[in-house]
Design a protein around this ligand. Structure first.
Ligand code: C2E
Ligand code: CA
Ligand code: CA
Ligand code: CA
Length: 274
């Protein structure tokens, strides 16, 4: 028994070591990848439910040139966050997106912001600098924040959101439905928009409780002057239900997968963009 227990512990430790080593390697690859310009940004269209018009795009990081094969943001962003590299990676994504989307006059741009980026008191100044350098109008930019952070750092969140809004930037609460926060509580932050997470939005066609919850969220948000975007819309039925429930904007594979700037350019008047 003792021998078994011992070897069990050993396996456990070596698995931990392997995991730690994998993360360390990934961290080194991200650092190198940033220096070598391996990261790219793709853009997923966001559609106005009432008209079907394209109103904005969400910028999403991609790493196609990674040695050892492409890796999704769900895998490399947590490592970038844990190592502090997210500050540079996040600002890279914002800058690249502003450069590439600026020529599409009137098109909104949504960019994901990591809690770790947001925690940096210099964050607002970095954003202001990027807007200035890329000549991107603040009114066309919306930053997407996740709720977990707000609960841990309510004062910092309030300060940052307030100064971003003062610059003319919109602020959206991302991944709504994955956490615990109530909408009423979120009101104090003055979000312009709530994004209903795909894990919740995808249930509405077969789960009556989810459908009732989503309809309630949309109603309440609208009553509090917040617009609602549903993400992960994969079917016409879902799109119709969300539209009927009063959801302003829809995003998902049913409308379009994320596109490169070049692909967007083919369908949009991105004049002057190369
Ligand atoms: P997110 O902010 O919730 O972004 C939406 C994710 O859902 C994207 O995954 C998108 O490609 C995917 N998606 C869109 N429509 C559909 C659909 O109809 N069905 C399904 N199943 N999925 C859909 P992606 O690009 O892999 O990004 C994953 C997450 O990585 C994002 O989730 C976001 O949290 C994070 N992320 C991506 N780019 C950035 C970035 O520049 N900065 C930060 N901080 N996070 C980023
Ligand atoms: Ca998002
Ligand atoms: Ca997110
Ligand atoms: Ca989400």
């Amino acid at each position: 028994v003792k021998a078994n227990g011992k070897s069990g512990v050993k396996i456990y430790e070596s698995e931990l070591d392997a995991e730690r080593q994998r993360k360390q390697e990934l961290e080194d690859q991200i650092r190198l990848g940033l220096a070598r310009g391996e990261f790219e940004v793709v853009y997923q269209p966001v559609i106005e439910a009432a008209t079907g018009a394209l109103v904005s795009v969400e910028a999403l990081l991609r790493w196609p040139g990674r040695p050892g094969g492409a890796l999704g943001p769900d895998e490399f962003i947590p490592v970038a966050e844990a190592s502090g590299l997210i500050a540079r990676l996040g600002l890279f994504a914002l800058r690249r997106a502003c450069e590439e989307i600026r020529p599409a006059e009137g098109l909104g741009l949504c960019v994901n912001i990591s809690p770790a980026q947001f925690l940096d008191p210099a964050f607002e100044a970095h954003v202001a600098e990027i807007l200035l350098e890329t000549e991107f109008p603040a009114e066309r930019l919306e930053l997407e924040l996740t709720e977990g952070y707000l609960i841990d750092h309510p004062e910092r969140a309030e300060t940052a959101i307030c100064s971003l809004k003062g610059m003319g930037i919109s602020v959206a609460l991302d991944d709504f439905g994955t956490g615990y926060t109530s909408i009423a509580y979120l009101r104090r932050y003055g979000f312009n928009r709530i994004k209903i997470d795909k894990s919740l939005a995808s249930r509405i066609t077969f789960d009556k409780q989810a459908a009732i919850l989503v309809a309630g969220v949309i109603n309440l948000a609208n009553g509090l002057d917040m617009a609602v975007t549903a993400e992960g819309v994969e079917s016409e039925q879902q799109a119709t239900l969300l539209k009927l429930a009063g959801c302003q904007c829809l995003q998902g594979f049913w409308f379009s997968t994320p596109k490169t700037a070049a692909e967007l350019r083919a369908v949009l008047p991105l004049e002057g963009a190369e």
